[in-house]
Design a protein around this ligand. Sequence first.
Ligand code: ACO
Length: 332
Amino acid sequence: MSAIDKIKAKAKANRKHIVLPEGTEPRTVQASAKIEAEGIATVTLLGNPDEVKKVAAQTNTDLSKVEIIDPMTSDKTETYSNLLFELRKAKGMTEEEAKKITTTNPLFFGALMVKTGDADGMVAGAINSTGNVLRAALQVIKTAPGIKTVSGSFIMELPDSKWGQDGVLVFGDCAVVPDPTAEQLADIAIASAETGRLLCDIDPKVAMLSFSTKGSAKHDNVTKVQEATKLAHEMKPDLQLDGELQADAALVESVGQLKSPGSTVAGKANVLIFPYLQAGNIGYKLVQRFANASATGPIIQGLAKPVSDLSRGCNVDDIVSVVAITAVKAQA
Ligand code: ACO
């Protein structure tokens, strides 16, 4: 069974409620019916019901089991708008602005549903940028207790099972923090390990990647990874984590044992932590294309409640998969 099929099975075992704010977007409409039909989650689409139903008719989609909420007319709108005002008034938001955002920006309406527990998670991004999806989540849902950094990982499933744990690895951060500090990098490492454990049953072996292995090069960029490694060890002493490591030392047993002898991670890593977003984002796309790997994500980590972002190039099955991931995160 593939990693994503295992995640879908987990989602079905304890059905959660996921809100899809892009309710008039054709792929989202089709995915919502599929998610309900397969029993992966209960879904709510946001949008004007007439417009949503028009898209359903155009795409031959049966929405009889899917709830539709119109943020313009919902009886929850006033409650949500008051909550948004309370959450953002210290940042200068007025009551009028809060009302306008709640009625006209479904990303915020969806995030407010999750914040209040009216939904367990949110999935968006088929027509919205990553930045806009994340901003609604960061401003309304905020980070989980004790966590300061929200980041985004990918589950990489390679055809060759010699890599990672049976061909499965987690890459982070590939989506959110452009230039993380050492503290943020340590947070990203811990969150990515947890994503691997929760979603893929991985026993995490975390490699803090660099162009240097164990002091082979000296540079401020290397120092940052060394500091992040130390911090992550202090925060999670039981986590198998090693750094700084070059990618070959992290992944190839013979190189790993040569460059970091005795390490339980070097040569066996299944969670790869990139020092910068550019490296992470480029890295996952290279592996996806060159190694014909499936890349599922970005899985947003560190929020108090689960929100997932879609690629704007996503297809219906991608949306179904990301909803399943979000539902499993909501179970935790
Ligand atoms: N972790 C925790 N909190 C954060 C983070 C973070 N990573 N980023 C911002 N915040 C906080 C801010 O401090 C702010 O707090 P406040 O309550 O005091 O206001 C709040 O969240 C909202 O921040 P904003 O100022 O509204 O948002 P910002 O302009 O900082 O943008 C964002 C945050 C959207 C995540 C930005 O860093 C970004 O655009 N990142 C890159 C996203 C991207 O384009 N990724 C690549 C594409 S994805 C792909 O290819 C798969």
